[in-house]
Structure formats: C-alpha cells, structure tokens
Design a protein around this ligand. Structure first.
Ligand SMILES: NC(=O)c1ccc[n+]([C@@H]2O[C@H](COP(=O)([O-])OP(=O)(O)OC[C@H]3O[C@@H](n4cnc5c(N)ncnc54)[C@H](O)[C@@H]3O)[C@@H](O)[C@H]2O)c1
Ligand SMILES: O=C(O)C[C@H](O)C(=O)O
Length: 349
C-alpha cells in the first residue's frame, strides 16, 4: 500500500548501548548503576491522565518497576496503585528534589504533565504554561535517564516534542529514535468512529493517522481502510470528527478538563508497545509523531516500526486520495510553524 516507504537514515540512529533481550537482568543502565528491568516512569502521574494510565500500566503485568512522579500527591497514588495484585513494584516520588530518583534507570518515560484545555481554547493556548513545564522535565531527563524512550503526551504535542528534542540536543543526548509524540488517541478515535460508521468490528479496524496532534493537522487516512466503503459525505464527517474528537470531550466535560480516560488507555497501550519493541518483540507498527524525513515538517506522525532502540523505521503514508493529499499540503506549513515555535522557545528561554 505504501508507495513511499523510507527507512530512517542510519546516520540518525544512535549506536546500540545496551542489549535488551527479554529476561536478561544483568543489563546495566547508562549511568553504570544496575537497572531494574522494564522501568517505566510516568511524569504527571497524579493527574487526570496520569492516575488511570498508571493503573492500566500496573495491570499490564509487563512493568517491573513503575515509577510515579508528580509535583503533588504521588505518595498516595503510588500507595493505592501498589496494592493491585499484578506484577511490578510501584514507587511514588514527589517534588523537584525527588525527580532525579524517579527517572534514574528508566527505559521509558511517559509524560502527561501540564495543564489541559478548557472550552474555547486551542491546544496552542496551552503553550505558554506547558512549554516551560516540558522544558524543565526534558532538562532533568537529559541528566537522569538520557537513554530512555520519551513519550510526550503534554499539549501542544506539535510544539512540545520539538521542545523536548531541542533540550536533549543542547545536552548532547538527543536520539531521534527515542522521542515520540503520543498520537495514539487519534488512532483510537479513528478506529472507534470508523467501526461505528461502517458496522465493523472495532478490534479489526486499522486506520493510520498521520501529521500532528491538533485540529486539521490530525489526518486520518480513510482511503486506506481495508473493508470499508465510505461515501464522500462519510469521509468528510468522519475526518472532521477524528480531527476534533478532543474538542468533543472538552465540550462535554464543560470546564472540567479534556480527555483523560481514553488518553490513559491510549497512553498505556502505546507505552506497552514501545516496551515490547525494546524487549525484542518483532513487527510492532504504530503511528507516532517523530522527527521525520517524510515532509518538510521536522516532526510528522506516520506509521513507525518500534524496535529494540525505539523507532527503527519510519514508514511512508502510501497513496493518498486527492482529499487527503490536499489536507497534507494544507497542514504541513502549520506543522512547520508549530515546530519552530517550540525550537524558538528553547532558544530564547
Ligand atoms: N497527546 C494527547 O493525545 C493528549 C490527550 C489528552 C490530554 N493531553 C494533554 O495532557 C496534559 C495533561 O492532561 P491532564 O488532563 O492529565 O491534566 P491534569 O491537570 O489533570 O494533570 C496534569 C498533572 O501534571 C502535573 N504537573 C504539572 N507540572 C508538572 C511538572 N513540572 N512535573 C511533573 N508533573 C507536573 C500536575 O500536578 C498534574 O497532576 C495536558 O497538556 C493535555 O492537554 C494530551
Ligand atoms: O483535546 C485536548 O485538548 C486533549 C487531547 O489533545 C485530545 O485530543 O483529547
């Protein structure tokens, strides 16, 4: 299906530092200290997303050490989740002075820290608050766990991922294969809405969503959905609903925040896939927002193969319909701008 399948240039890939075969417990962390296998840290763990996502991660049974960091309330959240009778140790860390300990030895750091939208706001309206939160988190990650995979949930993703990249670059520890903006909720919405529209089994629907994570930069490739038969009207309505699914939740919550439960599900799912890839599971392909050669936007979401060092292959988006091509043409300049906003923020702060 893909006419353009580009593999990430090898020069961009970091040399493997550690072996990650499943069950090898003698692997050592970058810092030289022994690391617990499969350590995942959630930064923003006491929040609306952080709490249910941490719970789902604990229940997955795939994480040996679940580290919960926030500036408030994490001791309680960790004590609570820690009583669930599934595999894995849970530790809570609160406040700046405990952040390094929470991150040390992490394989994956999932970041839903920052403020959510209220009705009438765009994701970009969160920039002023969340840019500095994400920058601070990136600075500590660069020191404490530079080899981890970083999964960014905090909005606006189209700018916070570039911010994170710039901070890691400034510290000389940036590995583009290990920095991913989480766009899994867009894929989840696409699958849900397509299944409803087509009367398909939601477990069997596959929809790639490319571009970014804000409004029209969210671009579902409905022309490529196998087994679907859309009218032109379906395509327009579904595309719009997927692009503005976040607004639907913000409006329904009426001032009480944005999507938390569906995001928790999507975030836990994506983190598990990244962890599976690190542990050598083959053939994992998920859409994610990464540094990408596919368009003139520095970061772009597309299907990516997840491997032992993070993103091992960035796939092309295949043959687009004229409707989808027009969306890409329209939205790449917006993605370039949002990326540049993040880059400039780091340069000037
Ligand atoms: N990528 C996506 O698809 C997606 C989906 C939903 C929400 N989001 C975004 O996720 C973010 C969090 O949403 P939420 O509903 O969980 O918000 P929330 O306010 O409920 O929780 C955010 C948490 O972050 C914590 N926090 C703030 N500064 C921090 C710091 N410096 N270090 C650690 N923790 C810190 C807060 O204490 C709070 O517990 C928002 O920016 C939201 O827009 C993204
Ligand atoms: O809509 C939001 O602000 C939160 C999130 O990005 C979403 O897509 O639900």
């Amino acid at each position: 299906m893909s006419v353009v399948t580009r593999t990430r240039p090898l020069a961009k890939m970091a040399a493997p530092m550690v072996s990650r075969a499943v069950g090898i417990s003698s692997v050592r962390a970058f810092s030289g200290t022994p690391r617990v296998q499969n350590k995942v840290t959630v930064v923003g763990a006491a929040g609306g997303i952080g709490q249910p996502m941490s719970l789902l991660m604990k229940l997955s049974g795939k994480i040996d050490h679940l580290s919960l960091f926030d500036i408030v309330n994490t001791p309680g959240v960790a004590a609570d989740i820690g009583h669930c009778n599934s595999k894995g140790k849970v530790m809570g860390y609160k406040g700046a002075e405990e952040m390094a300990a929470s991150l040390d030895g992490s394989d994956v750091v999932v970041i839903p820290a920052g403020v959510p939208r209220k009705p009438g706001m765009t994701r970009d309206d969160l920039f002023n608050t969340n840019a500095s939160i994400v920058k601070g988190i990136a600075e500590q990650c660069a020191k404490s766990c530079p080899k981890a995979c970083f999964l960014i949930i905090s909005n606006p993703v189209n700018s916070t991922v570039p911010i994170f990249a710039e901070v890691l670059k400034a510290s000389g520890v940036y590995d583009p294969a290990k920095l991913m903006g989480v766009t899994t909720l867009d894929v989840a919405r696409a699958k849900t809405f397509v299944a409803e529209n087509q009367g398909m089994d939601v477990d069997k629907v596959e929809v790639d969503v490319i571009g970014g994570h804000a409004g029209t930069t969210i671009m579902p490739l409905l022309s490529q959905v196998k087994g679907a038969n859309f009218t032109e009207e379906d395509i327009k309505t579904l595309t719009h609903r997927i692009q503005f699914g976040g607004d639907e939740v913000v409006k329904a919550k009426d001032g009480a925040g944005s999507a938390t439960l569906s995001m928790a599900h999507a975030g836990a799912y994506f983190a598990e896939k990244v962890l599976d890839g690190l542990n050598g599971v083959k053939g994992i392909k998920e859409c994610t927002f990464v540094e990408s050669p596919l368009t003139s936007a520095p970061f772009f979401a597309s299907p990516c193969t997840l491997g032992t060092e993070g993103v091992s292959e960035i796939h092309g988006y295949g043959q687009l319909s004229p409707f989808e091509q027009a969306l890409v043409d329209e939205n790449v300049p917006a993605l370039v701008k949002m990326s540049q906003k993040g880059i400039d923020f780091v340069k000037n702060n």
